[in-house]
Design a protein around this ligand. Structure first.
Ligand code: GUN
Length: 298
């Protein structure tokens, strides 16, 4: 007997981003009627090629949605103290509601120190220790954009995580760890796998949801996936032909999973979209704070 392979439904990050960005544009217009134009500052130090593309896309996404944005570019030799002073100036700039310092930074700059210098009220990347702590204890804060985008993708297919087993592959501070906390907050049972995990396949075969966030091709293949699982691919790699690909063997896993995100066109566009969402959120909180202050002083 032959079985016909199923074909997973694609979760389209471009289409979902379009919807969410339309909402961002609406919220931006509403804020403008309250006298506030949401503003994002993007700071790039050095000439990392990939970073240049990323920041260009972030600034363009802002202008497309009606947000104000500034791109500050500095030479790779910029002293750490100078960068910290720029961050402090942006913390105090009323036209700026979100600050993003593009990573990686040159080796002579302590990235942790720079991130901690950003005001938590403007930390739209969600990288500050205060943001990480807020996520951990379930308090309002900013969620890191990539895992936040993954949650929106699950929401878009109406997926109820309660009681489901989610396996996250990767334990970075930017994706793996916050992803696990977000899934936990939605009542999933969460397993975090990493480079020292003894038997990855034994873990992933139990999963209803798999998030692959390692940065290595073919970390997840069809034989590692339970039929009907939902697979989110955060990876961004190049194959032998130089073509963009994720961490998941897309062709193979598509025949087993119920839903899957492609690369490109999956999680990638969602990261920038959630940056816009966080920036709008920051501006709305600031507008509300200022309005309350105004009412008090009247
Ligand atoms: N470098 C790669 N991705 C990111 C991101 O989402 N934010 C920042 N600040 N740097 C990055």
């Amino acid at each position: 007997m032959t079985t016909t392979p199923t074909k997973a439904q694609i979760i389209d990050g471009v289409a979902l981003s379009k919807q969410l960005r339309e909402d961002v544009a609406r919220r931006t217009a509403a804020l403008k009627t309250r006298g506030v134009t949401p503003g994002l500052a993007v700071v790039l130090v050095g000439d990392n090629q990939a970073s240049q593309v990323y920041v260009r896309n972030k600034v363009k996404a802002c202008s497309d949605a009606g947000l104000h944005s500034v791109l500050e570019k500095y030479d790779a030799s910029m002293p750490e103290a100078e960068l910290l002073a720029r961050v402090e100036a942006l913390n105090n700039d009323p036209a700026i509601h979100g600050i993003l310092v593009q990573l990686p930074l040159p080796a002579h700059i302590d990235a942790h120190k720079v991130i901690e210098a950003i005001s938590p009220t403007k930390d739209v990347d969600g990288f500050h220790v205060a943001s990480a702590g807020a996520l951990m204890v379930g308090q309002p804060g900013f969620w890191p954009c990539t895992p936040y985008g993954c949650m929106k993708m699950l929401e878009s297919i109406g997926y109820d995580l309660r009681g489901k087993h989610a396996v996250v592959i990767g334990r970075s501070n930017i994706v793996g760890k916050p992803m696990a906390l977000m899934l936990l907050q939605k009542n999933a049972t969460v397993t975090v796998c990493h480079s020292a995990t003894a038997n990855l396949k034994a873990m992933t075969l139990q999963a209803d949801v798999i998030v692959a966030a390692v940065g290595k091709r073919n970390v997840l293949t069809a034989d590692m996936v339970k039929p009907g699982a939902v697979v989110l691919d955060v990876g961004m790699n190049r194959d032998d032909a130089g073509k963009l690909c994720g961490d998941v063997d897309f062709a193979g896993v598509s025949t087993v999973a119920s839903h899957i995100t492609p690369v490109p066109g999956g999680v990638g566009p969602m990261t920038i979209t959630m940056l816009l969402v966080n920036t709008i959120e920051a501006a709305e909180r600031e507008a509300t704070r200022l309005e309350k202050l105004g009412n008090i002083s009247k």
